[in-house]
Design a protein around this ligand. Structure first.
Ligand SMILES: Cc1cc2nc3c(=O)[nH]c(=O)nc-3n(C[C@H](O)[C@H](O)[C@H](O)COP(=O)(O)OP(=O)(O)OC[C@H]3O[C@@H](n4cnc5c(N)ncnc54)[C@H](O)[C@@H]3O)c2cc1C
Length: 454
């Protein structure tokens, strides 16, 4: 380790400080492992040198941004060097006419959103972690969020990347243009690659004009059947809401207890809709949703002022802290199904948990079929955990049966890799691992992530 420190220090800031090692040992998956060193590069050249030395020596390198990932992507499970990119935090350019931003990977996503909004532009992907997570990590997981139904996820906004390959070679992918089919689409390959194929040191992002107006409605349901009818009707509305969110009764009860709003806990479900765009269109589209949801039996509240909209979103925003406080031991997954099967999947989640003697809760992005599905544990002991894991596997299988996928936005990394064969055939996995071997012949960059047994 001392040799490694002596090797790296002339080329890149590196430390073995206990605090730095502890901070770099975990993310928001709850998994942890201690690295040997933490490197904090400031330039593409420094990243390239670390990776070249990693190949020659060899040693393992794990890219890390803000450490808010949910699946262990930044956890150095095999030790080695954590490459912390948070010092590369410059917004290099915002070109208003081209509607492009060029940033380093350590820029916080919320900071980027704020900076472009000041210029009348908008960066739509909005994970709930936006104020804490960094662009580099969000690109590496193709993060999404509430606005996915209308605006998509990170992968729809990355125009180009500067990537340090695992060998230390530096390439640029994509272009500054809206269109480009020059060669293979390597940009898309790197987005969502969870730190296994290269380290992004510069990211070019597409921006959109800031919408003129936005309005929100909250539809409260008193029974499950009406809520199901409501979601079905909302999905048939001839408009694309920016957000179409669903919260089930158990999540509402947890929020009600957490924030002291007992009336929320008596409801069977909450559906939230937000429309944005030109003011007239927003009013018209939101009215279509209001009519559909009211006809299904909802009590509807509507707001267009920033303050009023904030109040309607309060219950949805409180879910994560409320549920974490009540069930610190739980499996929280992010399966995605075709959006017309969203309500069915929520029902299946509860059925499966019940069959395993457990409870579940579900909420998420009904507009794009992405369910945040939690299997809950009260004790979190080995026996209960084993049962919950079986339930999670059954939830994954059911989501796949319905035409869905294991992960909508968090990724696979460590927590879901054992389930990968449920979705990807052996030939598919072999093709993906061949790409990994071609780019990373010595298997030094975040080895073992995504693919079990690799
Ligand atoms: C409270 C909370 C709410 C969340 N809400 C959402 C949500 O709504 N939607 C959503 O999609 N996700 C959500 N997430 C998880 C989400 O994956 C992360 O917030 C974010 O995408 C990761 O960013 P990060 O900077 O923290 O990356 P990290 O956790 O540091 O890293 C994530 C992955 O990216 C890789 N990586 C990091 N930097 C680079 C780089 N420069 N080059 C190559 N690879 C790199 C790492 O190796 C790792 O595999 C949430 C997390 C929390 C804790």
């Amino acid at each position: 380790v001392q040799d490694l420190l002596a090797l790296l220090r002339p080329h890149c800031p590196a430390t073995r400080d206990a605090g730095a090692l502890a901070a770099a040992s975990t993310d928001k998956s709850g998994l942890s492992a201690t690295p040997e060193l933490v490197c904090s590069p400031r330039t593409t050249d420094e990243v390239a040198t670390v990776l070249r030395l990693a190949n020659e020596t060899p040693f393992v390198v794990v890219p890390r941004a803000a450490g808010t990932g949910r699946v262990g992507g930044a956890v150095p499970e095999r030790g080695g060097v954590v490459l912390d990119v948070m010092g590369m935090d410059r917004v290099l350019e915002i070109d208003v006419a081209e509607q492009i931003a060029r940033v380093e990977p350590g820029v916080k996503l919320g900071e980027l959103q704020r900076r472009v909004e000041e210029l009348g532009l908008c960066f739509p992907p909005d994970p709930a972690s936006a104020k804490d997570c960094a662009v580099g990590g969000a690109v590496a997981t193709s993060a999404g969020g509430l606005s996915g139904a209308k605006y998509g996820t990170m992968k729809h906004y990355v125009l180009g990347l500067t990537v340090v390959l695992p060998t230390g070679d530096v390439i640029r992918t994509g272009a500054r243009t809206r269109k480009s089919v020059t060669g293979y689409d390597l940009t898309s390959l790197f987005v969502g690659s969870e730190g296994t194929l290269g380290v992004f040191t510069e990211i070019t992002l597409r921006l959109v004009p800031k919408p003129e107006a936005a309005a929100t409605l909250a539809a409260w349901f008193d029974d499950d059947a009406s809520a199901r009818r409501g979601i079905d009707a909302a999905l048939r509305v001839r408009a694309t809401a920016k957000a179409l969110e669903f919260v089930d009764a158990r999540a509402l009860a947890a929020v009600a207890a957490h924030v002291g709003r007992p009336e929320w806990g008596r409801r069977a479900a909450l559906v939230l809709v937000e429309c944005d765009g030109a003011a007239e269109a927003v009013e018209r589209e939101l009215s279509l949703y209001e009519t559909a949801l009211a006809a299904a039996g909802a009590n509807v509240e509507r707001a267009s002022s920033a303050q009023g909209r904030d109040a309607l979103w309060a219950a949805r925003r409180a879910i994560s802290p409320a549920v974490t406080a009540r069930w610190p031991h739980r499996f929280a997954e992010d399966v995605c199904v075709p959006r017309t099967r969203f309500v069915e999947m929520i029902g299946e989640l509860h059925r499966i948990a019940g069959e395993h003697g457990l409870q579940a809760l579900g909420f998420g992005h009904a507009g794009d079929g992405n369910i945040h599905a939690s299997v809950l544990m009260d004790r979190g002991d080995d026996e209960e955990r084993a049962r919950a894991k079986l339930a999670v596997a059954a939830v994954f299988r059911r989501a796949l049966d319905l035409g869905g996928t294991l992960s909508a936005e968090h990724g696979i990394a460590m927590t879901k890799r054992e389930f990968l064969p449920l979705e990807l055939s052996a030939a598919n996995r072999a093709a993906q691992q061949a790409i990994k071997r071609a780019l990373d012949p010595r298997d030094i960059l975040n080895p073992g992530k995504i693919f079990p047994g690799s």
